[in-house]
Design a protein around this ligand. Structure first.
Ligand code: ACM
Length: 758
């Protein structure tokens, strides 16, 4: 066999500042506007420009003025007009619009004009800020363009758990600030949980005097061990004035705050402060008490707390939690048993339903709407509740089918406490990794919903739980850039979603992240893929999208650290390949001295053609469906539910079962090669699949978790090769290509009808 040297070509978008690679510069607004026309020419922003506003847009004008002063050292004049003169450099015009958040932005060589309703003008300003260069160096050129934009969903959320680790008012404000830049508009503030009560309640001062100091009490040996909390938690609480300050700050950025007061579970901190609220085990056994007893005393307490919460928050929604309640505790509680008898409740789920419905009634009496996690469906859903679907999509789908409003925030896609790449190389997190690509590909309106039912999906939300998030820098690392994917999937039209363009735009944002000192996780090196090849020599060019980044690397299996020799990108790596080599990298950029690790394995495989008779081959791969809870295909109990079907496109559209089991697809057939040459075989799936060629794994991970980019770079002679594999049919995979075959020489995709047979 010839010695072949594959060069990796980079078709992915590359940061325009990177000198060694050039990609056409594009406007990089996130989320993608509905209509955007780029024109030739530029508006040059100088300190002499005037911001002209009307009365209604004055506050947004002031916001823009402050932003330009802080970030660009430009001190523009702000003038309020009854009618803004057309010669004004920057015009913020209030217009009546029946679509909340809609705006137009027109950049001409002589002026910038933004028109919209209140939120619309603010969003137009955010788009304008993303047209500015990220470096504050004159001349500040803004490409001329015309934008007409509006959001797809009304709920574009991001949560923050301040219970497991407390975050200060300043840290919360920064969180809201960055949300607003990307047109996210609901800040879900998880204010109470087992490990801390964070909001001042006048009637119950011990909630904060005691319940906000859990970390302190744990150190005193008076609270159980906080085993799950990195650095032992962080104590603190918000006074009512703090809360008012944050609300005002958020209002100025068109962000509504959804306060969450957890009940009936996750209430250990409140019960620690006021033990009489807790569910007393009738045996008197001491165990962790985090369930509220469903007694009249507890209902009175909750109504008092909610009364004070409602007085603070102008938002129409109040989140009452409802998740993960250890309802079994109730069966031994005299108060719960008495309640069951009195109300004719059959089991603990009906107690929960009673609890939530009673709280809903109270909220409705105060003109507030109840939001709860999907467990509130159990035992009967409260009449007007909005459901946050977190345990996958099933709860949200069921609720929408019952004509309840739903916010989709399903595991794993919307859970940002998961690591963003290989979990062995990232800071410790919950759950298997969730990449920004997985987030981006999430579609909130499930195909299982009719168009009418889909209307009940208010939007989607990214969640972060702070057990493993000890400080604000780490919080930013976990949330960004993934939250940008939430911004685009909730704001942009379905037709405007484009993952390659998003990747380009996302990488452009690092300039702004630097400007804002936002510690977003660094992008991965482009070209660090796990590769299987039948070549004996290997050559790779590593590129990085951020100018000034440095790499340390090894091919000897040792993880490089800051002591290793650093070099700039691009990096050429060339090696003889006997069996396999492991490339390990340590990448740094100027922002906060952050570093990321990556590992890629380059493996050698002998691939030989099969001697099957080609005459009898049928187009498409054969497949069998297997329904199972197993996440590792190697351990599948092969109970086949359908057989002999054919996969005849790259995107097989197998419908998953929806009863909680996984639908595995076991494929078998042949890869037919018509011309000798170099080929690249990849899969668009981010989760699973496993593909074998000539019985050798070429794309492979034995678990149903995120796989790092994998590809096979193979020199293949004309012939027919055994192809088999597994993948999980789910709604995300359905949108991706199962198998792509490309001619390395021309970069051209081969028509799947020509190579998939069985
Ligand atoms: C949740 O993640 N327990 C809502």
């Amino acid at each position: 066999m010839n010695i072949i040297r594959f060069k990796i070509k980079y078709i992915a978008a590359i940061f325009s500042l990177c000198l060694s690679v050039s990609v056409k510069a594009q406007l990089h607004i996130i989320p993608q506007p509905l209509h955007l026309t780029e024109q030739k020419g530029a508006f040059v922003l100088s300190g002499k420009a005037v911001i002209g506003v009307d009365k209604e847009s004055e506050a947004v004008g002031k916001y823009l003025q402050d932003y330009l002063a802080t970030n660009y050292k430009l001190n523009l004049k702000l003038k309020v007009y009854p009618k803004i003169p057309i010669a004004t450099a920057i015009q913020l015009v209030t217009m009546v619009s029946n679509k909340e958040g809609a705006y137009s932005l027109n950049v001409k060589p002589g002026s910038v004009k933004i028109a919209g309703n209140g939120a619309g003008v603010f969003y137009g300003v955010q788009s304008l800020l993303q047209l500015l260069p990220a470096k504050a160096i004159a001349p500040l050129k803004i490409t001329t363009c015309a934008i007409a934009d509006e959001p797809r969903f009304q709920w574009r959320g991001l949560s923050l758990d301040v219970s497991r680790h407390f975050f200060t008012v300043e840290e919360v404000k920064k969180y809201i600030d960055v949300m607003a830049h990307y047109k996210l508009n609901v800040f879900h503030w998880h204010l109470t949980d087992d490990e801390g009560w964070r909001i001042q309640i006048d009637k119950y001062p011990k909630l904060t005097e005691v319940g906000s100091k859990i970390s302190f009490y744990e150190k005193q040996g008076k609270f159980r061990k906080l085993d799950n909390l990195i650095d032992g938690g962080r104590d603190g609480f918000y006074t009512k004035n703090d809360i008012r300050e944050v609300i005002k700050y958020a209002q100025a950025r068109y962000v509504t705050i959804l306060p969450e007061i957890e009940m009936p579970g996750h209430s250990e901190a409140a019960i620690f402060a006021y033990p009489e609220l807790g569910c007393q085990d009738s045996t008197g056994a001491k165990h962790r008490v985090r369930m509220l007893d469903p007694s009249e005393h507890t209902f009175g307490f909750m109504e008092d707390v909610l009364t004070e919460v409602i007085a603070l928050f102008p938002n129409q929604y109040i989140h009452i939690g409802g998740d993960e309640a250890e309802m079994i505790d109730w069966l031994k509680s005299p108060a719960a048993v008495a309640l069951m008898k009195k109300e004719g409740l059959k089991n603990e789920k009906e107690i929960q339903s009673y609890f939530i419905k009673r709280i809903e009634k109270f909220l409705l009496s105060k003109n507030k709407k109840l939001v709860g996690w999907d467990e509130i469906l159990q035992g009967g859903l409260a009449e007007s509740a909005t459901v946050m679907s977190w345990q996958g999509e099933a709860g949200g789908i069921a609720a929408a089918q019952m004509h309840h409003h739903v916010v989709m925030t399903p595991l794993p896609y919307m859970y940002f406490d998961a690591p963003q790449a290989n979990e062995e190389l990232e800071p410790v997190g919950w759950n298997p990794p969730v990449t920004w690509q997985m987030v981006y590909n999430y579609e909130p309106q499930s195909k299982e919903l009719s168009p009418q039912e889909a209307e009940y999906i208010l939007g989607a939300q990214g969640n972060i739980w702070a057990e493993k998030v000890p400080n604000a820098l780490h919080l930013q690392y976990m949330v960004y850039p993934r939250a940008l994917a939430v911004a685009e999937l909730t704001w942009s039209s379905k037709a405007n979603k484009n993952i390659n363009r998003f990747e380009y735009k996302m990488k452009q944002q690092y300039g702004y992240f630097k400007l804002w000192n936002l510690n977003a996780r660094l992008p991965n090196i482009v070209g660090m893929d796990n590769i299987v090849t039948n070549s004996n020599q290997f050559g790779l060019v590593l590129q990085y999208p951020l100018l000034g980044a440095q790499i340390r690397y090894s091919v000897n299996g040792k993880m490089p650290d800051s002591n290793a020799k650093a070099q700039g990108f691009p990096v050429n790596i060339s090696a003889m390949l006997k069996d396999s080599l492991v490339l390990k990298t340590y990448t740094t950029w100027t922002l906060n001295k952050q570093h990321i690790f990556q590992v890629a394995t380059i493996k050698h495989a002998n691939i030989t053609a099969s001697n099957v008779d080609q005459a009898g081959l049928i187009p498409g791969l054969g497949y069998e469906l297997i329904k199972s809870k197993e996440t590792n295909f190697a351990k599948l109990d092969t109970t086949v539910i359908a057989t002999s079907a054919v996969v005849n496109t790259t995107n097989p559209m197998v419908l998953p079962v929806t009863d909680g089991d996984l639908t595995w697809v076991k494929m078998s057939g042949y890869l037919k090669i018509d011309v000798d040459g170099d080929y690249e075989l990849t899969s668009g799936f981010e989760v699973s699949p496993a593909l074998f060629l000539d019985g050798k794994p070429v794309i492979y991970k034995n678990k149903n978790t995120y796989v790092e980019p994998q590809k096979a770079l193979l020199h293949l002679k004309k012939g027919v090769y055994n192809l088999s594999g597994y993948y999980i049919a789910d709604n995300i995979n359905r949108m991706q290509d199962l198998l792509l075959l490309k001619e390395a020489a021309t970069d051209k995709l081969v028509d799947p009808g020509k190579y998939m047979f069985h």
